[in-house]
Design a protein around this ligand. Sequence first.
Ligand code: SF4
Ligand code: F3S
Length: 104
Amino acid sequence: TYVVTEVCIKCKYTDCVEVCPVDCFYEGANMLVIHPDECIDCGVCEPECPVDAIKPDTEPSLDQWLEVNRQYSETWPNITTKKPAPADADAFVSEPDKFEKYFS
Ligand code: SF4
Ligand code: F3S
């Protein structure tokens, strides 16, 4: 599966949702997640994210993010169409510790 990682938080550009063939993105207030059981591993969303927030879960360092994606995709609503990014999205691309500060 592919997972959405910390960089997405407060950036949420949503280019990713437009290309997913199985519509498996789910939306929180400040980030999106992928449902790991619905993702078919096609990989087309990975290059669409302008801040490289989407990664294959083959890296062991992404275990925490796989768990976040799994947990929140069960309760957040599905999102299938692109929407405007937050007005201040660009200011948060390089912000450290976004999970601790802003995850929702
Ligand atoms: Fe959707 Fe493919 Fe990305 Fe999985 S890898 S979330 S199926 S676009
Ligand atoms: Fe997030 Fe990138 Fe999609 S910032 S909403 S993973 S395009």
